[in-house]
Design a protein around this ligand. Structure first.
Ligand SMILES: [Zn+2]
Length: 175
């Protein structure tokens, strides 16, 4: 792919002390929990991560991510391509107790002695951003009113082409 792979594991406290940032991608096939919601695991999630310590000493991760995913349309049960975007403002904590006492503008990410698995960090957010129920747009769906079945196949092929490069183009234009 056009983007660099992200490291599989990261030490967010060390990265925050350095004020590090990274940008790259992870194959959807490595996001094991997210995969359960998808029709297939082709494609990547593209993400940008910033690590820093804020004025109160919290170890912060700001993450934005975008993925082109395939789910099943719950009207016609055919595949529908969707772009999912996520954004989170996380504070690294040692345990659940510490997580409870975080200021509310943070979401907690519990990281103990082990390194943080980058894929889990991203998929947790992406799962929240998936639609509960996926549908085609009205005019692209086989089961929506106004379609005669003959016209349907050709038109759907025209309109529902995935656009995996849009995401990459956006990421690149930020550079
Ligand atoms: Zn449909």
């Amino acid at each position: 792919m056009l983007t660099e792979p992200l490291p599989k594991k990261i030490d967010p406290r060390k990265l925050a002390r350095k004020g590090a940032g990274m940008r790259g991608s992870i194959p959807l096939s490595e996001l094991h929990h997210l995969r359960d919601y998808l029709a297939n695991d082709e494609g990547n999630v593209d993400a940008s991560l910033e690590f820093y310590r804020d004025e109160e000493g919290f170890y912060v991760i700001d993450a934005t991510m975008s993925a082109s995913v395939t789910m099943l349309c719950q009207r016609c049960l055919e595949e529908v391509n969707l772009t999912v975007n996520g954004e989170c403002h996380l504070a690294v904590v040692w345990n659940e107790d510490k997580a409870k006492s975080l200021p509310t503008h943070f979401e907690p990410v519990v990281v103990g002695e082990d390194e943080l698995v980058t894929a889990s960090l991203l998929e947790e957010e992406l799962i929240l951003d998936l639609p509960l129920i996926a549908y085609h747009q009205e005019d692209e769906c086989k089961m929506s009113k106004g379609y005669s079945t003959g016209e349907f196949a050709a038109e759907v092929e025209e309109t529902r082409k995935p656009n995996p490069f849009d995401v990459l183009a956006n990421l690149k234009s930020d550079n």
